[in-house]
Design a binder for this molecule. Structure first.
Ligand SMILES: *[C@@H]1O[C@H](CO)[C@@H](O)[C@H](O)[C@H]1NC(C)=O
Ligand SMILES: *[C@@H]1O[C@H](CO)[C@@H](O)[C@H](O)[C@H]1NC(C)=O
Ligand SMILES: *[C@@H]1O[C@H](CO)[C@@H](O)[C@H](O)[C@H]1NC(C)=O
Ligand SMILES: *[C@@H]1O[C@H](CO)[C@@H](O)[C@H](O)[C@H]1NC(C)=O
Length: 313
């Protein structure tokens, strides 16, 4: 859907007489919606349309929750810390995601960079190759869940990958597109547990932390919309703060336990690959692990840092 800007350049020219500020300029076209590229077939298009609608539903509710409950709300403070200035940043992030000009923002299905062939890749931001484009790989269509699935089958916000649902995954992917938040949002934590840690001890960057924003959105949706209660939030695994470090070369030839798990990967501006466990098998594995014991090795999140180390949490 394309909404033309109300004041056209021609109208502006007729009103404007003189003065340096009143320069006649080409106003940009404003697009409300993310485009689905022609490389997506009818099935992919229908699924992506639903996924995008889910994304906007979750983001709208996240904003509504913040606006309604303010910065002293315990859930707000859990993810964004106690500085009340965080409020405007968080509202602004959701508003930007919802209303920023989507001109050129594209989801595509044709694997133009060849990354979908890599094991476990479910999609990626195209980075320098096309900053406003995101590739959705075939595996996404078999592994991700729609919003209705929140709190089903043992899912917990704390115990499952953030990208379990299409909506949260696409929120993450949209945060990588510069036009969405003008690069305000970045990765300042590694996963759910470290996002909570950041909010508790060092919250300056929490309101612009991708994982904190995703986790907050999942949390308020799970409780308020899906009505899953505390059970659907769950607990962070006990030793989730034990960090494994492995060299990238080791991991690429003989994958470590963490790196061999099903992962969803994309590449950051600095060239670092960011992978998260999140296929359906991982889902089941984590669900049964969580049910039996709190096996902390199930469902790890790994990042490859710019220095080549892989960091798993
Ligand atoms: C669309 O593409 C997917 C993945 O290649 C394929 O499984 C599916 O059958 C296609 N759908 C149609 C309607 O062609
Ligand atoms: C950009 O394109 C190059 C060449 O096709 C490819 O090697 C690289 O992985 C691509 N970058 C991303 C982020 O996909
Ligand atoms: C606080 O977080 C920022 C961003 O992650 C980091 O650069 C900084 O070192 C942290 N400070 C402390 C005291 O942990
Ligand atoms: C999911 O991940 C598991 C490993 O954890 C792997 O064996 C399986 O093939 C993956 N499934 C898909 C559909 O990629």
């Amino acid at each position: 859907m394309i909404a033309k800007t109300l004041i056209s350049a021609a109208m502006l020219a007729s009103v404007v007489t003189a003065g340096p500020i009143s320069l006649v300029r080409d106003l940009r076209e404003y697009k409300t919606d993310v485009e689905i590229h022609s490389s997506c077939n009818s099935t992919q298009r229908r699924m992506l349309q639903k996924a995008l609608a889910d994304t906007f539903e979750v983001a709208s509710f996240a904003k509504e929750y913040v606006v309604t409950n303010g910065p002293e709300d315990p859930v707000f403070q859990m993810y964004f810390g106690k500085e009340k200035e965080a409020y405007s940043t968080v509202v602004g992030v959701w508003d930007s995601l919802l209303t920023s000009n989507k001109e050129g923002v594209l989801l595509r299905c044709d694997n133009p960079d060849g990354n979908c062939g890599q094991p476990g890749w479910r999609g990626h931001w195209r980075g320098d190759n096309a900053t406003s484009e995101t590739v959705i790989c075939d595996l996404s269509y078999t592994d991700r869940f729609y919003n209705e699935y929140f709190c089903m089958n043992g899912y917990t916000v704390a115990g499952f990958p953030l990208g379990t649902h299409w909506s949260i995954d696409l929120i993450h992917r949209m945060f990588h597109v510069p036009a969405i938040t003008n690069e305000l949002v970045g990765h300042y934590s590694e996963d759910y547990a470290s996002a909570l840690e950041l909010a508790e001890h060092n919250s300056t960057y929490s309101p612009m932390d991708s994982d904190a924003l995703q986790a907050f959105a999942a949390h308020v949706y799970a409780v308020e919309i899906a009505q899953g209660g505390e059970t659907c939030i769950g607990q962070v695994a006990q030793d989730s703060h034990d960090h494994d470090h492995a060299s990238a070369s080791t991991a690429s030839t003989t994958p470590s336990a963490a790196a061999s798990a099903a992962q969803s990967c994309h590449t950051h501006v600095d060239g670092a690959a960011h992978c998260e466990d999140d296929n359906a098998t991982a889902y089941t594995t984590i669900a049964s692990a969580a049910a039996e014991t709190s096996d902390a090795n199930a469902g790890k999140d790994c990042h490859t840092h710019a220095d080549g180390t892989i960091h798993c949490v």
